[in-house]
Ligand binder design. Structure first.
Ligand SMILES: [Ca+2]
Length: 373
């Protein structure tokens, strides 16, 4: 069994530091509190402790918006407390795993602040800044709702696939990647046992950042297709592994939504990017209003826009088949057709019919009318 397989016989225990154990009585769990419970964790037979983020952060997204990768949030203690936790855990054969959040950082991170102050500085290239005179550069929707672009005072826009306080890092920039690798190795040199790696399938963006057909009444489109497990991401992940993880005895667990089964070997095979990953395919069976029944064939369920239209058809039964109602929909027939070819396919109609029943409102014919007129 090589080092990448040792984790298979280990037990991991996740800690949400804020509520785990408060050592100084201020009402907020902290690192010293965790250290005080190591004997208890050892008694449970724990091999790994995964700490949710304790980095410096404005906590816009529970600490997944990091303003300094090499600093501890004062809420949880100090770096000395962290070093003590690592040392005491090691004495008990417990390894500490931390979150690695490198798809984005906080807008309060020094890099972003420099990028705001000087559009021509090196750090400005660490992010996706674009100039655009007619609103956001494209119609991608943030995971947190609304446009995935935010305008800054000088007129530029920056991309944020998540919160607007989480500007996406531009992994196309080699200097940014070097900064990330240096940080990862800095932590591993401290004795960190590994990483739970956040939102890692979003590192690669569709290079032209082009708009896509809207899939909702807001005129926006979910950013899954152009940013999740996008072709070419393997180059980034291979380099990340070779420059960091491969050089240490550590475990890596990828939050890897959007990886189809036929690609699992690339991600977690013998020479995969990570030790293992969180498989979201079951969780996503219910995404976009679908259930397991309409999604029996993994990763072949329709895109969100199709389901939005399907739901609209169900909610407006008397209007679904008339040309008048079609003219009032916010998504044009051309958009509907181009956004999801399955909209008119027999297999899609069968799945929608199974999911939404066979009434005239949700019948395959009403869906076909919407997409083909
Ligand atoms: Ca405390």
């Amino acid at each position: 069994m090589n080092k990448n397989e040792a984790w298979k016989r280990k037990i991991a225990y996740q800690i949400y530091p804020r509520s785990f154990c408060d050592a100084n009585g201020d009402g907020i769990g902290d690192l010293k509190g965790i250290t005080s419970k190591l004997d208890y964790l050892q008694s449970l037979g724990i091999d790994y402790v995964w700490l949710c983020p304790v980095y410096a952060s404005p906590m816009d997204d529970g600490g997944y918006d990091i303003s300094d990768y090499k600093a501890i949030n004062p809420l949880f203690g100090t770096m000395e407390d962290m070093d003590e936790l690592l040392a005491e855990a090691k004495k008990r054969n417990i390894k500490i795993i931390m979150d690695l959040v490198v798809n984005h950082c906080s807008d309060e991170h020094e890099w972003f602040q420099k990028a705001l102050a000087d559009p021509n500085c090196e750090e400005a290239e660490y992010f996706y800044f674009r100039n655009s005179e007619n609103g956001p550069p494209n119609n991608w929707r943030s995971m947190f709702g609304g446009s995935a672009w935010e305008q800054v005072p000088d007129g530029r826009y920056y991309m944020h696939l998540f919160s607007k306080k989480q500007p996406d890092l531009n992994w196309e920039n080699p200097k940014l990647r070097e900064r990330i690798y240096e940080m990862v190795n800095w932590w591993l040199d401290k004795g960190l046992g590994g990483w739970r790696i956040d939102a890692i399938t979003h590192l690669k963006k569709e290079p032209t950042l082009s708009s896509l057909p809207a899939d909702g009444d807001d005129g926006l489109v979910g950013c899954f297709e152009p940013t999740r497990n996008y072709p070419g991401i393997g180059d980034f992940l291979t380099e990340l592994r070779e420059r960091t993880f491969d050089r240490y005895d550590c475990i890596t667990v990828a939050e890897a939504a959007g990886v189809p089964y036929h690609q699992l070997g690339e991600y977690i095979g013998e020479n995969g990017y990570f030790s293992t990953l969180f498989d979201f395919s079951y969780a996503e069976l219910y995404s976009y209003g679908h259930t397991w029944y309409t999604c029996k064939k993994a990763w072949e369920w329709p895109k969100p826009g199709c389901v939005t239209r399907c739901l609209q058809a169900r909610r407006k039964p008397k209007r679904s088949a008339s040309a008048q109602s079609i003219s009032k929909t916010t998504t044009t027939p051309a958009q509907a057709k181009s956004s999801c070819p399955r909209n008119t396919s027999p297999s899609f109609r069968r799945r929608c019919s199974a999911r939404f029943g066979s009434s005239s409102a949700a019948s395959p014919s009403s869906i076909r009318v919407r997409s083909s007129v």
